[in-house]
Design a protein around this ligand. Structure first.
Ligand SMILES: Cc1cc2nc3c(=O)[nH]c(=O)nc-3n(C[C@H](O)[C@H](O)[C@H](O)COP(=O)(O)OP(=O)(O)OC[C@H]3O[C@@H](n4cnc5c(N)ncnc54)[C@H](O)[C@@H]3O)c2cc1C
Ligand code: FES
Length: 256
């Protein structure tokens, strides 16, 4: 399989309590993957867990790629123990990724929690088009990439659940207020990644205003290659595999 590769751990840095930035050097040459695409990574050399875990490409730095991840369970806990010089098996890049039209301006990005990982990758790719970014986290400490966003010239509109940064509350409500006040127009396109309830709420908003939006879904995955059907979502066009037809879908296609 030509997408199977080994990668050496350059760094696995803890950013805050349960969030890490993993830098990997592929041991064979691969082309820079587009934002929204992902890799399946082996989290341990043993048999438990047996299955690889999916992670979005976060950054590409001189032939190395970075994964920004949150420890959610056993697999990600084991991944957080990887040290410089360890080798990780990866399959990828996989999936369709975000597809932004070359002439598209008026771009809105929405990230919830660790959804900033692929949204940052997209922001970095299209930063010259000055996207407007809405970013919600549970608390100030979990607001990642702020300095890197600033160096791209992007100052996110923030919300936190506890009010420690930006507006207190959920980011979709903040976005609704912000957009009705200023830039809401039907030629804008929204790209989002975050928890299911955030995406569902975004979908209701975009439907109501006739806006075009795309969401990167983070479904549990087993094979990542389109064969096990473990990641299917129900859409208006029937069941679709998040790993193969996605992970990015038009938001109005998903039956939430
Ligand atoms: C295309 C894609 C890209 C992703 N990119 C990233 C990324 O860049 N950074 C990152 O931190 N995470 C990302 N995820 C989510 C990540 O794959 C899961 O958090 C991880 O697989 C959990 O493995 P685990 O063994 O630690 O947890 P498990 O023990 O498998 O699960 C622990 C808990 O997390 C829940 N969970 C498991 N998988 C997911 C999931 N995919 N989404 C939401 N909840 C889940 C389980 O239901 C359970 O409650 C992505 C997922 C997909 C499908
Ligand atoms: S994870 Fe197996 S089909 Fe998508």
């Amino acid at each position: 399989m030509d997408r199977l590769l080994k990668a050496s751990v350059i760094e696995n840095r803890q950013l805050i309590n349960n969030h890490y930035l993993l830098t990997l050097q592929p041991l064979k040459k691969i082309r820079k993957p587009g934002p929204g695409r992902f890799f399946m990574l082996t989290v341990d050399d043993g048999l438990d867990p047996l299955l690889k875990r999916p992670f979005s490409i976060h950054r590409w730095t001189g032939g190395n790629f970075q994964i920004l991840y949150r420890v959610a369970g056993k697999g990600t806990h084991l991944l957080s123990k990887k040290k410089q010089g360890d080798t990780i098996e990866a399959i990828g890049p996989l999936g369709n990724g975000f597809n932004v039209g070359k002439t598209q301006n008026n771009i809105i990005l929405v990230a919830g929690g660790i959804g900033i990982a692929p949204v940052f990758a997209l922001a970095e790719t299209i930063s010259k088009r000055k996207p407007l970014l809405f970013y919600g986290t549970r608390t100030k400490k979990e607001a990642l990439c702020i300095d890197n966003l600033k160096s791209l010239g992007i100052k996110p509109v923030m919300s936190t659940d506890d009010g420690t940064l930006g507006t207190k509350g959920n980011i979709i409500n903040v976005m609704k207020k912000h957009l009705t006040r200023s830039t809401l127009s039907t030629d804008c396109v929204i790209y989002a990644c975050g928890p299911g309830p955030m995406l569902r709420s975004l979908s209701e908003f975009t439907k109501k205003h006739g806006l075009k939006a795309y969401a990167a879904l983070e479904q549990n995955m087993a094979c990542g290659l389109g064969t096990c059907l473990g990641c299917v979502v129900n859409t208006v066009n029937g069941y679709k595999r998040v790993c193969k037809e996605g992970p990015v879908f038009p938001i109005d296609e998903i039956i939430w």
